[in-house]
Ligand binder design. Structure first.
Ligand SMILES: [Zn+2]
Ligand SMILES: [Zn+2]
Length: 572
């Protein structure tokens, strides 16, 4: 698959945002050098589908570079040395005691992980693995505590006046509200502004770039009271417990650079060539804007090539996500969509385009679109940008991601799951009769389990309820036409239901009732009769005026149930 060069898009191949971002990353690294693409996330809460852009954007760039044969690594920083900022709903109020401590030092209220940070890392890690995302994970807690950045910390402290000169220039600039395109986006922007650092000291030491954790309580609620450039001894007072402590920065690692200095320091230390940034980082005076200047003037590195990514909206959520504050996570999406489809949502649109993931009826249409794209991708003559997105979604350098051997339309699978409310085995047997021969249930996976999960997530009003007993009142008051239709239908309905035959019977009954044959074209009168007949069947079978496609419904219910609900005399 190598294109024999580090540049993409040669020889008439389609070009998309990934191609261009990969070109930018190579340009930043310099031809022939290892390319480092980076992502970062603070495990302060559930990682939502919107945050997934942070991970998948560099992932797709890394995959593009692997395809070109370029040496690349995807470095992911867990910002687990960030402070715990607020107690979310559903967490015991006493966790307020941990505000100001590193996320890695806050206990897991659910008691299933060693820390707050690990509790939120693990589910995302599992989802990314399912999506074929490989990255080198780095814990900033581990890095800082190991003294990895000690020289960089001392360097930043030595240049604190120049840093403050830059920070001060940006500090007065407020975030313009016009950047936000939605209410949720505005909230996230407001959140990022609230995240800005408080001063770490007072007087000359105000805005000190390094903040020690309190030696007594472990919080970052410390004011730097003195710093000796010769000995690197720093003293501080804790605002919470009044503890007066000291640390020797050249020998100890009990603190952290403030965020706006920390981020550019790591760009330089890790030699990052490409890193995406959310829209909330693009405000004037934001950490990204300031970091761009600091990384060059203080840390001797050019800010990485970047793309800015926009908001991902969520719609149609019903019963999902009780564990994540109601906002769906990647795991929720993977329970409904095949892994390549989740990847596809993020690769088919440029990062700066906002989009919405709809977990309602739109899911069915999304599967149809995906299946159509797969058929198109099978024809090399039709290779275009859409097919390129399909290819990026379907496989990584390690190979293709799992797709069903027998790709039954999601519409069909979910209808059968809905009507039968049955086990995978039962659904598999019905599917066999619907014209999708297969040897094992596994051949329908991973799609079958997703159809079942999605169906189960639908609100009761959108589910099909099969009648348990015949509607005797309705059956007793049939019109002459209706009586005739049912008689013909029961007469023609085979015992072994196969979709093609059932389809022809369902559509043929009103024709026969008007003296036509099954294969004759319907007259206008027959078309009107068909409509009335279908409504009658829905009424009698599922107590509604509409439902899943009738032939599918009839096959899924089976001949015995259909006969019983349509008032056929019992054979017993
Ligand atoms: Zn846990
Ligand atoms: Zn303290």
């Amino acid at each position: 698959m190598s294109r024999g060069g580090a540049r993409g898009g040669r020889s008439g191949e389609p070009i998309d945002w990934v191609t261009r971002a990969a070109d930018d990353a190579v340009r930043h690294a310099g031809e022939g050098n290892l390319v480092t693409v980076a992502s970062g996330a603070s495990p302060s809460g559930p990682i939502h589908l919107g945050n997934l852009r942070e991970f998948l954007t560099p992932h797709f760039v890394a995959e593009e570079l692997r395809r070109r044969g370029v040496a690349v690594r995807h470095l992911h920083s867990w910002d687990d040395y960030d402070r715990f900022r607020k107690v979310p709903a559903g967490v015991p109020a006493e966790w307020a005691d941990h505000i100001g401590r590193p996320l890695s030092a806050v206990p897991d209220p659910w008691e299933c992980h060693p820390s707050w940070a690990e509790h939120f890392k693990e589910p995302l890690r599992a989802s990314l693995a399912e999506m074929g995302v490989q990255m080198d994970e780095v814990s900033q807690t581990v890095m800082y505590q190991a003294g990895t950045y000690r020289e960089q910390v001392l360097h930043a402290i030595r240049h604190r006046d120049r840093i403050e000169e830059v920070l001060g220039r940006y500090r007065t600039k407020a975030a313009p509200e016009t950047l936000a395109e939605s209410e949720e986006e505005a909230e996230s922007l407001a959140d990022s502004v609230a995240n800005e650092e408080e001063p770490a000291g007072s007087g000359d030491l105000a805005r000190f770039p390094y903040r020690p954790w309190c030696g007594e309580c472990g919080r970052d609620t410390t004011d730097v009271t003195s710093y000796d450039d010769e000995t690197t001894v720093l003293t501080y007072t804790c605002r919470v417990d009044g503890h007066q402590g000291s640390t020797t920065v050249s020998e100890e690692d009990g603190g952290k650079l403030v965020w706006k200095v920390d981020w550019p320091m790591r760009w330089a230390w890790e030699k990052v060539d490409f890193e995406p940034a959310g829209l909330d980082h693009m405000t004037p005076g934001s950490s990204y804007t300031v970091g761009q200047e600091l990384v060059a003037s203080i840390f001797d590195w050019q800010a990485p090539a970047r793309v800015t990514y926009a908001f991902v909206g969520i719609a149609g959520v019903q019963k999902m996500s009780s564990s994540s504050g109601g906002v769906p996570t990647p795991a929720d999406a993977l329970a409904i969509l095949e892994a390549p489809m989740v990847r596809w949502l993020y690769t088919r649109r440029a990062p700066k385009q906002a989009f919405t993931i709809d977990f309602g009826p739109e899911v069915v249409r999304l599967y149809d679109e995906w299946d159509a794209l797969r058929r198109k991708a099978a024809d090399p003559a039709k290779r275009d940008v859409a097919v390129l997105a399909f290819e990026r979604a379907s496989a990584t350098a390690d190979g293709p991601l799992p797709v069903p051997d027998v790709a039954v339309p999601f519409r069909t699978l979910s209808s059968v799951a809905d009507v039968t409310a049955g086990s995978a085995d039962l659904i598999s047997r019905v599917i066999e009769h619907l014209g999708f021969p297969h040897d094992t249930v596994e051949q329908l996976e991973p799609r079958l389990a997703r159809a079942m999960a999605w169906t189960a997530s639908l609100p009761a009003g959108e589910r099909t309820t099969v009648r348990s007993d015949p509607d005797t009142d309705r059956l007793a008051s049939l019109s002459e036409d209706e009586e005739l239709w049912l008689r013909i239908f029961l007469d023609r309905l085979p015992d072994e239901l196969e979709l093609d035959e059932v389809t022809s019977v369902v559509y043929g009954v009103p024709k026969v009732a008007r003296g036509l044959g099954f294969e004759d074209a319907p007259t206008d009168q027959v078309k009107a009769d068909q409509k009335a007949f279908f409504t009658l069947l829905y009424n009698l079978l599922v107590d509604a005026d509409r439902g899943p496609r009738l032939p599918t419904l009839v096959v899924a219910l089976g001949a015995e149930t259909v006969r019983r609900l349509l008032g056929a005399p019992t054979t017993a």
